[in-house]
Design a protein around this ligand. Structure first.
Ligand code: GLV
Ligand code: MN
Ligand code: MN
Length: 412
């Protein structure tokens, strides 16, 4: 089979897709179930249908675009990623795996390949936690990691429930229908930018992911006492923001002193109430993201944050309440898919690095129901989740070629 990726077309599709955004270029913002997300979904559906794929959406909006195999009764071979983008993000996170997955299918079609197992492009709803506080919403539900009842409890920052938001987006089926069984997928492969600097630094064109680090996120509410910035003297203060400042540094310190470079903790959101220059902050909400390759160590950091909170609450006479939004285990990728990817790299004489994914991905949850692995391509300076995120056309094309070859091998 002659396998050729149409790199100019793929790159121009990535550019066109980036224009469907709520941020000024080059930044991309695409939050789940906004009019912009719905426009992006429609654009993508049209491209999939042009490729002759059969497209369906499940009740949470996960999209499945199927190239039916010669034996449609067999489990599918899946590939895909997400199209939502955090505020002020770049063009490539998620999108490379979706549009690259589509181009891999088209390359196989052009090469005259006929799969025995159907090949399905999966586009997961809300991999990013921006709107509902929890990442990988679609894949958590597909894998049964998040129950329909758990999902029904989720609300966005305006207090609107996920159920209402998805229904407004035209998704009316029962959430109970989202979960897939482990008989659905023979294998799943996700192409993604590395979001770290290792491939670029070592000048290695591809990364085959063998495990995915354990993510956790917390929402911390701190309640103190507000008042007049002039009238309330310092000894009487119970300033929630000052308590938050101490806690943020304690969180940083817990990660820095874990004993391993693999531990990371980030406070990415700090909401201050009432938010006026001459008013003492009475309430603060923090969002905390903690990750590690080692579950015990990650949980140890969470415990340390909890103890630091208790000490700070007592010292500053504030109350601190912590809600654990998710605390997922790390996962090992499936040897058969790792091997299919490694073999595809060898077949095309491309060097690869076996590596850990420090970012989380829908693949972490697909691993609960399907043999899964990931393929990374380099991104400039390791930048991601920022507007200057960049992957070169050559790297995107190489990743897509190796993905196509692996999909062919897995679907024979
Ligand atoms: C995914 O976007 C992550 O934050 O790892
Ligand atoms: Mn991301
Ligand atoms: Mn991503």
């Amino acid at each position: 089979m002659k396998l050729e990726v149409d790199a100019p077309r793929l790159v121009s599709e990535i550019e066109a897709f980036a224009a469907i955004s709520d941020a000024e270029a080059p930044a991309v913002t695409r939050i789940v179930f906004t009019p912009t997300d719905l426009k992006a979904r429609a654009w993508l559906k049209a491209r999939c249908e042009e490729a002759g794929l059969t497209v369906r959406q499940d009740p949470i909006g996960n999209t499945f675009a199927r190239w039916t195999g010669s034996d449609p009764t067999l489990p599918v071979v899946g590939s895909g990623s997400h199209i939502d983008a955090i505020p002020n993000a770049g063009k490539y996170d998620g999108v490379v795996g979706v549009l690259g997955g589509l181009e891999a299918i088209r390359a196989l079609q052009r090469g005259g390949f006929r799969p025995r197992h159907s090949i399905e492009l999966l586009v997961f709803t809300s991999e990013e936690p921006t709107r509902f506080g929890i990442g990988c919403l679609g894949s958590r539900m597909l894998s049964g990691t998040l129950s329909p009842d758990g999902a029904r409890q989720l609300k966005d920052s305006e207090g609107v429930s996920l159920d209402e938001v998805r229904q407004r987006a035209g998704l009316h089926g029962e959430l109970e229908a989202v979960k897939l069984t482990s008989a659905y997928c023979k294998a799943f492969v996700e192409l993604h930018i590395e979001q770290g600097p290792l491939l670029e630094r070592q000048r290695i064109p591809l990364g085959v992911v063998t495990s995915i680090a354990a993510p956790a996120s917390l929402r911390i509410s701190i309640e103190g006492s507000g008042g007049h910035a002039g009238g309330v003297l310092m000894p009487g203060r119970r300033d929630a923001l000052c308590a938050a400042a101490e806690l943020i540094l304690a969180i940083e310190n817990a990660a820095r002193t874990s004993g391993a470079i693999d531990t990371v903790a980030t406070v990415g959101l700090c909401e201050v109430f009432p938010g006026a220059v001459n008013s003492i902050p009475s309430r603060v909400r923090l969002s905390v993201d903690i990750r590690d390759t080692d579950l015990k160590r990650r949980d140890g950091v969470m415990q340390e944050i909890d103890s630091a909170g208790r000490v700070i609450a007592a010292k500053r006479q504030v109350s601190i309440h912590t809600e654990v939004l998710n605390a997922d285990a790390p996962a090992e990728c499936a040897p058969i898919v790792v091997e299919a990817l490694s073999e595809s790299c060898r077949k095309h004489n491309l060097g690869f690095l076996s590596m850990v994914s420090r970012a989380y991905h829908d693949s972490l949850f697909m691993l609960a129901i399907a043999p899964t692995a990931m393929l990374f391509i380099p991104c400039r300076n390791g930048y991601s989740h920022r507007p200057d995120e960049y992957a070169s056309p050559e790297d995107i094309a190489r990743g897509t070629l190796v993905l196509a070859e692996a999909l062919a091998a897995l679907s024979r």
